[in-house]
Design a protein around this ligand. Structure first.
Ligand SMILES: *[C@@H]1O[C@H](CO)[C@@H](O)[C@H](O)[C@H]1NC(C)=O
Length: 196
């Protein structure tokens, strides 16, 4: 494992002079899958949000997500919610870690931060932003989603190509900082297409 990680660092080219522009293309039209091989108490996106009214539409190369969703997660409104994101790369027949990861110990304070990717892709399109922006992921919160274009363009100093996946984990902590029993893990598989 140690050797593999070193190899990845050497294969990842870093440019200090220019950025590369990429288009993210979801691999599956219904975008989110549950994480595989998780310990007891870890559930998929269907335990976080009711997706039954969500539809996906492919327009050209873009996947557009629309329809209402509602938080189902069994947490309390004062809980601290931790968000973790890891980007993995498909290489040598398996998923390998990359240099990209992110941990937000207090997700609720950042959820509606306009600089965040989840805000740009998802929350910026909400039709009922004013009603939900103080509620974080408290169960029952209904998100009236506008059209969310999941085919995102971004820029990076790293030269990348091929198949990747983003793995998202949510953990809630009670007032004693004890994790709630129901944790969330889901992933989205993507292909990166370099635009420039
Ligand atoms: C979705 O976003 C991509 C990247 O910005 C853009 O090329 C595409 O036209 C958008 N699709 C729709 C249907 O708006």
């Amino acid at each position: 494992m140690w050797q593999r990680q070193v190899v990845i660092v050497f294969l990842t080219c870093i440019s200090f002079s220019k950025t590369f522009k990429y288009q993210v293309i979801p691999e599956n039209e219904d975008i989110f899958q549950d994480c595989k091989d998780q310990p007891n108490g870890v559930y998929g996106i269907g335990t976080l949000l009711d997706f039954s009214e969500i539809t996906y539409e492919t327009v050209g190369q873009s996947v557009i997500l629309k329809g209402n969703s509602r938080s189902l997660w069994d947490i309390k409104s004062k809980d601290r919610v931790q968000f973790e994101l890891r980007i993995l790369e498909y290489a040598w027949g398996d998923w390998q870690p990359t240099l990209y990861s992110m941990k937000v110990p207090d997700f609720c304070s950042k959820m509606y931060d306009t600089d965040q990717y989840w805000y740009k892709i998802w929350l910026s399109n909400l039709k009922n932003l004013e009603d939900v922006k103080d509620k974080c992921l408290t169960p029952g919160t209904k998100y009236e989603n506008g059209n969310c274009n999941m085919t995102v363009v971004f820029e990076s100093y790293l030269l990348m190509y091929g198949r990747y996946k983003g793995e998202v984990k949510f953990t809630a902590f009670d007032e004693f900082n004890k994790p709630r029993p129901i944790k969330i893990c889901f992933e989205a598989r993507i292909e990166l297409q370099r635009l420039s």
